[in-house]
Write a protein that binds this ligand. Structure first.
Ligand SMILES: Nc1ncnc2c1ncn2[C@@H]1O[C@H](COP(=O)(O)OP(=O)(O)OP(=O)(O)O)[C@@H](O)[C@H]1O
Length: 342
């Protein structure tokens, strides 16, 4: 499926240290690790190329300090890159006026952070409506929109609660509703679930995928957790020491890791948790009977129980309703036991 590029960032650098810009120029825009170390510069982001496509979940994965947050902040220019080009929907983000930039951030970009800073003295409804209040939207409209978003994230009935009366997961849902209320085209999420305990975290990941299947946003999601990355991503960029080691689908990362570093992450991952039904779908037989439909982006592991319990194969269906093929138990089992290389 070919998609438009919404956000195009090429050769972006962010150095921290004295006269970083001059230092970059002096090293022809591409200082080596040794150059950086000698000058005591921190290469937070080094030569990053990222193309975010319409409607995809693009995950930036890397360990602490690898540069994920800095890169994402460069993408919205919350951090000023030392060098590079950033284009959003055809506009050069590095040269547009401050006023246009603020307008883009407010109306076209949504952000959710790990520490999501709900306003403690405002109710759930007021917190969610807050960005619209800032935009000067009238009260009736903003509250109607906030109610809608609160229902979308599953918090209907809690509109009049204060943040302190909610669990961590519920608070994060409020943060999500608040960031979605302005209907952003591009949604940045910086480790949104990492403060949550593992069970709630998984629940929030499911919730996030459910939301995305409804809303179809373009998403940049940061995590340091490879399991989270492969669960959520259409594509993953793996970062190390400010560089992107590889950008690929979870399945490509598993089957074709570009570097030993990437291979290390994939080594312990069960293939059935990564391989999607889409990848093993076989042609539909018009004369056969099918047990039902399964989503194309479901993994073999997630679908296994259902496939195994049914007497007939399942059709595999994309989010837009297109049937792309069928899966049966032998095909799924082959992946479970690591037999297919596809
Ligand atoms: N304002 C700053 N001044 C100096 N160094 C900085 C600054 N911001 C980030 N860095 C450095 O840049 C590098 C990348 O940091 P960044 O926060 O982007 O990493 P990260 O992958 O998001 O890490 P984490 O998962 O811990 O948030 C780190 O070495 C960090 O210390």
């Amino acid at each position: 499926m070919s998609r438009n590029v919404m956000l195009d960032c090429s050769n972006v650098w962010k150095l921290y240290g004295p006269q970083a810009d001059a230092f970059l120029t002096a090293h022809n825009g591409a200082p080596s690790d040794a150059d950086l170390a000698k000058a005591k510069m921190i290469g937070a982001v080094r030569g990053a190329d990222v193309q975010i496509q319409d409607g995809e979940i693009f995950v930036i994965m890397g360990l602490s300090g690898s540069g994920k947050s800095t890169l994402v902040r460069c993408l919205s220019r919350l951090v000023e890159p030392s060098a590079g080009a950033i284009n959003f929907e055809g506009q050069d983000l590095l040269t547009i006026s401050e006023a246009d930039l603020i307008e883009i951030r407010r109306k076209k970009m949504g952000m959710v952070f790990q520490h999501f800073a709900l306003l403690p003295h405002l109710t759930v409804l007021q917190n969610v409506a807050f960005p619209l209040d800032v935009q000067g939207v009238d009260r009736t409209t903003r509250e109607a929109r906030a109610h809608e978003m609160i229902e979308t994230v599953g918090l209907k009935g809690r509109e009049d609660y204060y943040p302190r009366q909610l669990s961590g997961g519920q608070q994060q849902r409020v943060g999500i509703a608040r960031s979605l209320v302005t209907e952003p085209d591009l949604w940045f999420l910086d480790e949104p679930f990492s403060a949550l305990d593992p069970l709630i975290r998984r629940e929030m990941q499911d919730e996030f995928l459910r939301l995305q299947s409804m809303l179809k946003k373009t998403i940049v999601f940061i995590t340091h957790d490879f399991d989270e990355a492969i669960r959520l991503a259409d594509r993953i960029a793996v970062m190390k020491d400010g560089r992107i080691e590889q950008t690929a689908t979870p399945e490509e990362l598993m089957t074709n890791p570009a570097t030993p570093y990437v291979a290390e992450f994939t080594r312990h991952v069960n293939r059935s948790k990564v391989v999607k039904l889409r990848s093993i779908a076989q042609p539909v037989d018009p004369d056969a009977t099918y047990a039902g439909d399964l989503p194309a982006r479901m993994t073999v592991a997630e679908a296994m129980e259902q496939i195994d319990a049914a007497a007939d194969p399942f059709k595999v269906v994309e989010a837009d309703g297109t049937v792309i093929g069928a899966v049966d138990a032998p095909a799924a089992i082959s992946v479970m036991i690591g037999r297919t290389a596809k």
